[in-house]
Design a protein. Structure first.
Length: 207
């Protein structure tokens, strides 16, 4: 029987870096507002690597880890597909940009519902682990609302619509918090007596 290492830190790191990157862009950090740089990370690290980590979670019998990591890996691959110009012609297939914003809102609302389901499954885990999903849930909600209530770019007779700036920024903040919470949990999973002289507290609920 071959021992399999803990795949959770790998999956969490893939999730964290890609979430950090897109959330920073949603906040306009360093003046960057175009999300094209996210495509590579979403396809490879947050997408494929996290998906593989989820499959390895399945191999060691962790149903929650397999469901969460594989699903969010699929989410990031989906984002890469949407953001890649001309790949599946998704954006241009809509009659106007407002319809696309509303369609994207439905997509994000679906992920908000899924994350809420996972959030309830973390109530008996650690505070640190719960924090990942709590802040991610808020990120999905605010980003979905931002797409549901976009603003017109071209005035009274708009031809272009963009996500609500304030809600998108809030989603970026919650996404950053979720990314750092994921990195923190990854560190807690990597640290061992063989490689470190300290432990990482994760906290536990009293109920």
């Amino acid at each position: 029987k071959r021992n399999i290492g803990n795949p959770s830190p790998l999956g969490l790191c893939g999730f964290a870096l890609t979430t950090f990157l897109l959330s920073s862009i949603n906040m306009g950090v360093l003046g960057v507002t175009t999300p094209a740089i996210v495509i590579s990370s979403a396809a490879a690290y947050g997408g494929l690597v996290q998906l593989l980590a989820g499959m390895w979670e399945m191999a060691i019998g962790n149903t929650f880890g397999a469901t969460a990591l594989s699903s969010y890996g699929g989410f990031w691959i989906s984002i890469a597909i949407i953001l890649t110009p001309g790949s599946f012609n998704i954006v241009d297939s809509y009659s106007n940009s407002e319809e696309f914003q509303h369609a994207f809102a439905l997509f994000l609302f679906g992920w908000f519902i899924f994350t809420t389901i996972l959030l309830f499954c973390t109530l008996s885990s650690s505070v640190a682990f719960f924090t990942i999903f709590f802040t991610l849930d808020l990120a999905f909600l605010t980003l979905a609302l931002g797409r549901r209530f976009p603003h017109a770019v071209d005035g009274s007779q708009p031809t272009s619509w963009e996500p609500h700036a304030g809600l998108t920024y809030a989603g970026g903040v919650f996404g950053i918090l979720s990314a750092f919470a994921a990195w923190y949990n990854a560190l807690a999973g990597i640290v061992e007596h063989s490689n470190s002289r300290f432990t990482v507290p994760v906290g536990h609920f009293n109920w």
